[in-house]
Design a protein around this ligand. Sequence first.
Ligand code: NAD
Ligand code: AHE
Ligand code: ZN
Ligand code: ZN
Length: 370
Amino acid sequence: MRTKAAVALEAGKPLEVMEVNLEGPKEGEVLVEIKATGICHTDEFTRSGDDPEGLFPAILGHEGAGVVVEVGPGVKSLEVGDHVIPLYTAECRECEYCLHPKTNLCQKVRATQGKGVMPDGTSRFSMLDGTPILHYMGCSTFSNYTVLPEISLAKIRKDAPFDKVCYIGCGVTTGIGAVIYTAKAEIGCRGVVFGLGGIGLNVLQGLRLAGADQIVGVDLNNDKKEMAERFGMTHFVNPAEVEGDLVAHLVELTGGGADYTFDATGNVGVMRTALECAHKGWGESIIIGVAPAGAEIATRPFQLVTGRSWRGTAFGGARGRTDVPKIVDWYMDGKIEIDPMITHKLKLEDINKGFDLMHAGESIRAVVEY
Ligand code: NAD
Ligand code: AHE
Ligand code: ZN
Ligand code: ZN
């Protein structure tokens, strides 16, 4: 079949919207009509050429929601008409990782996914002249139709609005999951969140959901304050307005350091600050941000010797097929909010405007509706 897609032809170039060929689903694969897709910072990280794993030409996009239109041979858990959210972290429920209680990083399709192909080693997408186009993060949601492995799809309830729950495909789950599944934050804890964008706001609401007593937000942009307060932030700190040492300021503000700190900026200097303002003896600092190629983190080992832990999380530690349908329920039941964070709606033809809005710090989530 043919489908309309936004193609990343080369690193650093705007995406090009065009008709492309899409082959039907093979063994264990599913054809999905994407109804809505969010533009995440990580798509921009890859588009711009900063991602060491970046491949071209490729169809980016990893935050979406849609409907199953065809299932390939051997597919058992999904049928035509099911509503689904694509998962860049699959859940096969049988690999060594899925069977280990401490990780969500299913490895069943990770190697081929990282090469931009389906598990059989080939791509389903091609240009009209036959040139292959690669998949991205196993999802390629910047295409109206896409093919994914069955284990890379979470089946969700049919009454959930696509233009909102698409955000659960990355940002919402990553932020809330970092608190609930990775940190396992307790009622009454104190948290500090660095970066109040599409991920950080969801860390804030995760801390609120967990019953945190103090939720400090840190951002260089004062315009982020109002929205952050709406998502549970109790104290705002702009590092550019702090006189003296930022770590000392945050340690004092949190009465000795925070129980949990989160980096949602991708800046390695911020990651160090986040680690060092975690409480001596027990504070945990969780890296969510994706750092530029070649960047490294540093601190004095004494910071860890004295009881701080440095951790990281991908997709918020969520097991997609199991946890994503539950997070959709939390949204539908009013336990979490999504709507105010969808600040812009675009057509696929205008997808590059979504990246411009992100650069300008004007959007939280721009969502493309097909
Ligand atoms: P965003 O651009 O919406 O937000 C980043 C925020 O950080 C902005 O508000 C910006 O003003 C602020 N900021 C930048 N530098 C800062 C500094 N030095 N101090 C304080 N604040 C600063 O980005 P996002 O969509 O929220 O994504 C955040 C990061 O998380 C990105 O690196 C993204 O690639 C990564 N990410 C990781 C995962 C994962 O699974 N680990 C999932 C999604 C996104
Ligand atoms: N390819 C990059 C790293 C990218 C990265 O860390 N991806 C996160 C998801 S970000 C979603 O917005 C992730 O899930 N990583 C786990 C994995 O297996 O890819 C690089 O630096 O090489
Ligand atoms: Zn993402
Ligand atoms: Zn697995």
